[in-house]
Ligand binder design. Sequence first.
Ligand code: FAD
Length: 440
Amino acid sequence: MRKETGHFDVIIVGGGASGLFAALLTAMKAQERKQACRILILEKEKKLARKLLASGNGRCNLGNRQVTIDDYETSERGKLEQMLARVPDSFPAMFFKNLGIEIKEDEAGRLYPLSEEAAAVHASLISALGAYHIEWELETEIVEIEQRQKDYRLKDEHGVCRTCKSVLFSPGSQASPRLGGNSSASRLAQHWSLDYFPERPALTALVLCDQRFSKQASGARFKGEARLRSGRTFSGEFLFSNLGLSGIVAMDISTILGRKAGTFQKLKGEEFFLFQEVEPIVLNFVPALNKEGVYRFLLSKYDLLKEKNPELLSASLIPRKIAQAISNRRLKEAKMKSYDELGDRAFREELKRLSGLFCSYELSLSGLRSFDFAQIARGGIALSALRSDMSLHRRRGFFLAGESLDVAGRCGGYNLHFALASAYLAAGGIADYLWPPGRP
Ligand SMILES: Cc1cc2nc3c(=O)[nH]c(=O)nc-3n(C[C@H](O)[C@H](O)[C@H](O)COP(=O)(O)OP(=O)(O)OC[C@H]3O[C@@H](n4cnc5c(N)ncnc54)[C@H](O)[C@@H]3O)c2cc1C
């Protein structure tokens, strides 16, 4: 038998960042328009907004001073550009200030709460929900949504139904399942035949084909450059791990290459997303010098130390583990046991070759680490399924926001920016739907 509990103006499916932002913004709109509004947030986890709490390594990089379309990957750039343009630049800082959250900016324009504590942002949001009389229920997963003539009926996993005039659907993506990620968006898209781009892990680690290389270099950090097949280059800090490359730049690259990730393969309990074909990545470990500069440096050190040991000679140029992995691979290719086999002249030639490799080293990427290690997903419900007020074309009163949409931001606060920007647009849409302008 179906159990019914309460009728609401708005039900929000998913109490993550975008759900909480949209709930508050809708309540603020209701207050502005002097309307009573009953809002309920339904969240399947034991806690609201777990990803927000974990964001920025607990520091919560909640936005960026400068946001452009180039900070995002989406299949519908024009549509996203229009959406972003409709959010006033001053809005994010004003929103957080109104909630009593003081913001500071770092040298890269990243916005953080002054205390650099995600927990403080979380606590402010929760107390604001209370102040606006927004209700929420935890450990409640919506498994079925039915559109009726004048309202929507939402059923949870225990068969309990709630009805409402409008829905904000903000269940996030499949990324980071331990923090709430699941496939609610893809299930809805399938159920209602919405255009949907398959989700792929993004802001995750890159997996190298040559596992021996990554194991040898594991733990080494470097500030360098990476060039992709497309010619696009990235610079910043990288970190080698047992499986490949991680760090902020590698994570940004994963979002771009996610488009090429197709099948997945299960290895030792983890699902790796494999590229359709191996992707080359060319690394420059010493961007501060060119090949000739590196060669001159190695030669002068060799003249001084007289040691045929590339790791020792390059010690202050690149991390020792990386030099070791490169020179070991080089020895293997040249079928040599040690550089001592080379005479003085041949070793100098070898140093020239190694200088080239330190500045331009090609490795092959096999794929991406799984959703378990991804901060976000690329793909999701197509933006073309939405009107400009974030409601579905074919279903009046049904709005979407956040990461369930086909929008993936790079590192730097762009994903929480999109959570807030889409919530802002959706809250405006909900308000106009519930209380059309001009009607008393
Ligand atoms: C470790 C980590 C660090 C990050 N750091 C940053 C950062 O510093 N800056 C930044 O901009 N971004 C960061 N992100 C990304 C950012 O947190 C997300 O993009 C953002 O939280 C997305 O908000 P959302 O509301 O769309 O989705 P989510 O925050 O994922 O919220 C969706 C919620 O819906 C719930 N849900 C799903 N399905 C249902 C259902 N059927 N019924 C009920 N509830 C459901 C989920 O449990 C979840 O709580 C980080 C992410 C992670 C994982």
